[in-house]
Design a protein around this ligand. Sequence first.
Ligand code: BGC
Length: 721
Amino acid sequence: MWKVQINHFNEATIVHHGNQFLIGNGKMGYRGTLEEFNKEQLVGLNLPGLYDQFEDKWRESVNAPNPFFTQVKFGGQVLNPLLLKPIQHEQILDIKKGIHSRETSWMLNNTMITIQSERFISMVQKDLMVMKYSVTVDQLAELVIETGIDGAVWDINGPHLENSDVQTIDNILVLNMNTQELKIPVVVSEGILTNKDVNENINLDHEQIMRSLKLTLKKDETFTFYKFASIKQGESSNEATLETKAAMEQGYEVLYQEHVEAWDDKWKLADVVITGDEEAQFNLRYSIYHLLILTPTSEYASIPARGISGQTYKGAIFWDTEMFMLPFYLNTDLEAANKLIQYRVHTLDGARRKAKEYGYRGAYYAWESQETGDDACSHFNVTDVFTKRPIRTYFRDKQIHISGDVVYGIWQTYLRTMDLNILINGGAEVIMECARFFYSYGYYNLDQDRFEILDVTGPDEYHERVNNNAFTNRLVLETFTILDQVLTLLKEHKNNTYQQLIETLNFEADYQKILEITPKLYIPQANDNHVIEQFDGYYKLEDVSVEEVKSRLVHPNEYWGGGNGVASSTQIIKQADIVTMLYLFKNDYTDGVKKANWEFYEPRTEHGSSLSACMYALVACDNGNPNWAYPYFMKTASVDLTGKTKQYAGDIYIGGTHPAANGGAYMTAIYGFAGLNIVDDQIQLTPQLPDHWNSLSFKLVLKDECYQITIEKDKTTIVKE
Ligand code: BGC
């Protein structure tokens, strides 16, 4: 099964289907809406690496004008399921090929009119979108088809594009605009080819650049047109027009074929095959589909927390990328993994600026990072549902673990490749600056003779400004340890680079101080019940159930955290926190500690973030309980199929796709159920399949070799391909 399919139209699910039927290629994302829809239905052509700020609103990624807009008129009636109930409707996403299609029929004036479309964003030519659109009638009929570029764009904090200038060049429609803030040109151009000559008028209205095709169709005749659209960022209309023309010359079939072949190549390495559980198989493949359409195309852009599904969360990059998505790319597409790392290298100066802004040294990475690495996160990131006033949140200034997450990601990439270039080409500098930041952030507690990390927010965002969050402290320890390993490596193998870095960063004294302080860093330990306190004083909070806390909500979208949130004074946490630490540092903890903490924290976790379930699944597997892991795996692997996630934090819309959960599903399959561990280039597996699975197989790229790994009930095979 490779298809997501719906067989009827339901207005209530338009927004969810926009996410569920999303197509893309890393550089662009196009929501799964119908061609006749507009910004009211959240049509979105998202450009994830391009950001803009309008007036003093939140800076966010840019959505481009929609070159696929098409509507059919018959007898003065627009064929749109919102205006006229269709007699049949189906929408399909083929995740094997990255192709969206739909078929809808209406009965009007005793005539059945059927629209079919098929569209894709080329996996080969990254600025190109292609569509085939057909209309069939069962009676002689006169129709008008309006198709062109819809310049009325759905924005959350826009408008982001200005100065629209429209042109036609050799019958190609071109819309030139630029972003408000940095004046970066955005050009959308489209050309069409038809299967028969038609009477065409072009209307160059700035918001709706439309072709109007008038046609008379005979009984059972089908009219088809093919649309080729090129979207250019930072380039001129000339480039866009040339690309559109070239695509028209290549034709639909050729472009379709090269696109499908590119998808085929991607799946060859990325697919994970489960036998014995079709639902799990489909959910996992669907998650991998999302990771594939997010494959970064530039080292100056990374993967936003809501992927390419729109502007939610400002199109910004969070810790989600390093901790939840990077493992997939490390196993299947090292080039992509390197781009993600390079993005952090290129945004180091932004992280330095942020550290300075708060009075620290080193690099404090943005909680919500965009192209420069400056923090897009606001100090008031949630709106109160009652008063409509902004709530002071501490994601931006206190979620310091982000710098450790970046270090962790770089080090994982190095360990996988053992390629010193990762460190030499900026990785080491990032690690040094992050370690320096933590050193400057920490406090030395003279009385207890220990180095503490105070006033932070851990992954559980409902408890802000806490002291000694175990996860954060452990990550700081990891950063210091990695720093020492990196500098020792460089000194030994690349002494020139080592000397140069120490000198230019003036790092000698900090290095020594960090080495001294590392053994003094306070790492909260398990108590007599083997449970680790999430932060100082956590046990003193009210011990109530998630249901009880939920029942205290006055409004369903009320924010649970912040100073007055329902969860803040209780032990109810938003997402895996200690449990994430147990997964990341699994070798530090005994099975007993893992089990005790899982059992203690799970009933106290709201799973209010899509990043939570997979961590519980991973630790359950590590603990030898794959059947405990299974429901969490299914939850994480199906988030974007079911759409069952929080849509609002306070008054702020947070819907869209969930790449971290998609990555978490992949991680659970590979690191949980297959129990993959790579130590010194050796593949180790500790399989723990859920009882009803027969087998699990996948590919792994390691040091330029590709391995096929198959786990069956009674045997495991690793074959070099
Ligand atoms: C979670 C964060 C996450 C962010 C983006 C928040 O709801 O608490 O951990 O990074 O969403 O996915």
